[in-house]
Design a binder for this molecule. Structure first.
Ligand SMILES: [Zn+2]
Length: 241
């Protein structure tokens, strides 16, 4: 990989040249670092200048992702890995079973997952990961809608549709049509923090922005939102399951 020095730091990057590109694009992504894609005819000698122009932004992004990676115990789906639900940390206990069938259950401070004894290595990891994902999905479907109903009634609001799904970069959203999207992985957060996200998205039915008026609505139903906001920022790696 080519290397460039930005503010005294050597930074590796990947260079991608494709005919489809019309412009030079710089992207920094979690786990993959800096990527520069250029049109195929673009003069190579101009690439460093383009990177230097955005040096501060690039370094800021790289540092932010490095911080997240340090905080994330790589989910390995092995014995003893962390499984978080409603803010409580459990330990994963994979149990080989000869008769197929998936089962996930909480036993004390462990989450037991049965897996086919014939699986090993990557296949076993994939199986455990998928089993946990569907378990999270079931828990989210069971626990999130009643909380939305509760706060919608309190706030006298009527969301059109509430969808629970995986989202890579946000905990929830609200569309101009009044549809609420909640991230499946909200289920990993403490209940009070989940409630904050729900109140936040519901409040967007009144104000589709983050104006003072919007925050006054949120504060009325969720007085310690600052605490929850900082917890959410620290928990963004939950979305990388
Ligand atoms: Zn918002």
């Amino acid at each position: 990989m080519p290397v460039i020095t930005l503010h005294g730091r050597p930074i590796e990057y990947r260079l991608l040249r494709t005919r489809r590109n019309r412009f030079v694009r710089l992207t920094v992504t979690l786990g993959k670092g800096l990527r520069v894609s250029t049109p195929s005819q673009y003069p190579m000698k101009d690439v460093p200048r383009i990177i230097h122009e955005r040096a501060s932004w690039i370094l800021e992004k790289l540092d932010e992702f490095a911080r997240i990676e340090r905080q994330t115990p790589r989910q390995r789906y092995c014995n003893g890995a962390e499984v978080v639900i409603l803010g409580r940390v459990y330990r994963l206990r994979p149990i080989p079973a000869s008769n197929g069938g998936t089962m996930v259950r909480v036993q004390g401070d462990e989450v037991e997952v049965l897996y086919p004894a014939s699986l090993s290595g990557e296949d076993r990891q994939d199986f455990l990961r998928n089993a946990l994902l569907s378990w999270y999905r079931v828990q989210a479907q069971r626990l999130l809608p009643p909380r939305v109903d509760y706060y919608a009634a309190q706030m006298r609001l009527h969301p059109q549709r509430v969808t629970i799904r995986r989202q890579r970069s946000r905990w929830g959203s609200c569309s101009a049509k009044g549809n609420l999207n909640l991230n499946l992985f909200l289920i990993m957060l403490p209940v009070k923090t989940i409630d904050y996200v729900i109140v936040h998205e519901l409040a967007h039915l009144i104000e589709l922005n983050h104006s003072d008026r919007f925050w006054r609505v949120v504060d009325r139903y969720c007085p310690d939102r600052k605490k929850h906001q900082s917890f959410l920022r620290k928990s963004i790696h939950y979305l990388e399951i």
